[in-house]
Design a protein. Structure first.
Length: 544
């Protein structure tokens, strides 16, 4: 069979697969819009909503959160479920748009800004600015104290807003690249908490040479992370002792308003040299660059422990074998006394896009605005009031606030069913909806019962003391690219991002000698780093 015939058969096969999928979509969408033309339960108007299937949401139609919204707004919500996998959901939405099918009233799924702007430019999504400007329509949005920041953060490059926010700022989530150290090993070896990169080197050396897990073998791993877990990339923690390095911004930094790449600076090279020394001396596991989160957990969660320092965003990384043994390790200082950590200021997630086919766009907006109601916003995260959470002073009195000791802020909301977030339930949409929970509220929600023997450590105060001061004063909050800019740098950005990460691993593991640093810089120049910087600077200036 010739290569051309193979291509033709492959194309035909792909086309045949798409046809039934598109037909099913058009049928579902048609049924949804037919319902929208009729009255819903009790004669209520119908609002059709495209959502993403979620294994933790049992049934959107009968969901407790759905019923609260329907009853309060006198509407009947009907759902078009898109696949749970983000890429498949985006593909199906794209098929619906390109086919000319009548769309649901609202699209309520996660979309990146370039996708939103593309649909907005095509008239698929309608601007919501006029509604936001009307305090009688945007009742709850206009009660948000920092509504101007929220609104400006949602503006697209055309200056308009096409969504409603889910905004729940938490310092804990704004600096997730955390490291944890085995405090039991520190105590056993009579070591102090490391404060500098030199201290860290010496502690890791003691960990791998002095058998702190007590099994008579030199099997301890000094420093380890993983490829894909939440903030488990160990390079990030270590590099920030040498130069501010934020992977969320592709390692682009800003100083006095000017954008520059961290990965071309001498301090970046210095950080690579330090990490290379750790690997060469057996203190930094090369598995960090090949293993996934599951493999890392299997490595570290054994009786007595196998790792001295682990990078992870969540304490849930550690199983029962390591509970109460791993302690938050604040950023260590490098040779220039820098001790930084990536800072990602809380930005609103854009949801609740009203489509061009909405039968009553004003009503659709009012429903989305109601979701910003303070109490409903607690339901959307913690579940049913009085069952999964409570603000009854008698109940709350049994709990201690996570910031009570550090800041004197007592608990105000008791989280009665913490497991609701990670298990199938029918109480909320897993917070995939407009919502607003203030930073102050976040400090008063507690699942820490007073005098509970089985309570997990509360690391929020230690984080506030050790990590928040390491946030930089000047930071890139957002980069607002125009579609033509994204097209202009699409290939070079992807190539440069991949090359930077691959080269960093090669330099650290010794697969590429650091004597080739100049060759590395020259290759970046060939890839179009200057144009990439120019476009990024324009996007940054526009975002400000």
């Amino acid at each position: 069979m010739t290569q051309q015939i193979r291509k033709e058969r492959k194309a035909l096969s792909a086309g045949l697969l798409v046809l039934p999928m598109l037909g099913a979509l058009l049928s579902a969408c048609s049924q949804g819009n037919q319902q929208a033309n009729e009255s819903g339960a009790g004669g209520r108007p119908v609002i059709t909503v495209a959502v993403q299937a979620n294994p933790n949401v049992e049934d959107y139609e009968t969901n407790h959160y759905t019923k609260l919204v329907e009853d309060a707004m006198n509407v009947d919500l009907k759902f078009l479920e898109l696949p749970s996998q983000a890429e498949e959901a985006l593909t199906k939405l794209s098929l619906m748009v390109s086919s000319g099918a009548e769309l649901p009233d609202v699209v309520n799924i996660y979309l990146n800004e370039s996708t939103v702007f593309d649909y907005a430019a095509k008239g698929v999504f309608i601007p919501q600015d006029d509604y936001l400007n009307d305090p009688e329509l945007a009742v709850n949005f206009n009660k948000i104290p920092d509504k101007e920041f929220v609104r400006s953060s949602m503006k697209l490059p055309d200056g308009k807003v096409y969504a409603l926010p889910r905004y729940s700022p938490q310092k804990w989530n704004e600096g997730s690249n955390r490291a944890w150290i085995n405090s039991e090993w520190l105590e056993k070896l009579n070591l102090e908490m490391p404060k500098t990169t030199d201290d860290l080197y010496n502690v890791l050396k003691a960990f791998v040479e002095q058998d702190p897990n007590g099994n008579g073998k030199k099997d301890e791993v000094g420093f380890v992370g993983s490829l894909n877990g939440w903030s488990q990339n160990p390079r990030i923690y270590l590099m920030n002792a040498f130069i501010y390095a934020d992977p969320g911004k592709s390692y682009m930094n800003v100083k006095d308003g000017r954008i520059f790449p961290a990965f071309t600076q001498p301090e970046w090279k210095e950080g690579l040299e330090y990490m290379n020394k750790l690997v060469k001396d057996g203190l930094f596991s090369p598995l960090s660059f090949t293993q996934d989160e599951t493999q890392m957990k299997a490595l570290i969660n054994v009786p007595g422990g196998m790792a001295g320092v682990v990078t992870a965003g969540s304490y849930s990384t550690f199983g029962p074998e390591l509970e109460n043994k791993m302690t938050l390790l604040p950023p260590v200082k490098g040779p220039s006394s820098l001790a930084a950590t990536p800072y990602s200021p809380s930005l609103p997630t854009q949801l609740w896009f009203i489509t061009k086919d909405a039968k009553d766009p004003e009503l659709a907006f009012k429903v989305g605005d109601y979701m910003l109601n303070p109490e409903l916003s607690i339901v959307s995260r913690y579940g049913e009031k009085g069952v999964d959470w409570s603000d009854d002073p008698v109940v709350v009195a049994e709990f201690v606030g996570p910031f009570e000791e550090l800041e004197g802020v007592p608990a105000a909301v008791a989280e009665l069913n913490p497991s609701i977030w990670n298990n199938p339930q029918n109480k909320h949409w897993n917070d995939a909806n407009p919502a607003y929970r203030s930073l102050e509220l976040g400090k008063t929600v507690s699942n820490l019962k007073k005098d509970a023997d089985d309570a997990l450590p509360n690391w929020r105060p230690a984080f506030e003391e050790g990590y928040v001061p390491a946030f930089p004063e000047e930071v890139i909050v957002k980069l607002s690219y125009m579609p033509e800019e994204l097209k202009q740098i699409a290939n070079s950005k992807t190539a440069i991002d991949n090359y930077v990460n691959e080269s960093a691993v090669a330099f650290i593991t010794g697969n590429r000698p650091l004597s080739q640093w100049d060759d590395y810089i020259a290759e970046l120049n060939k890839m179009g780093i200057e144009q990439y910087l120019e476009v990024t600077q324009a996007a940054y200036d526009r975002s400000k």
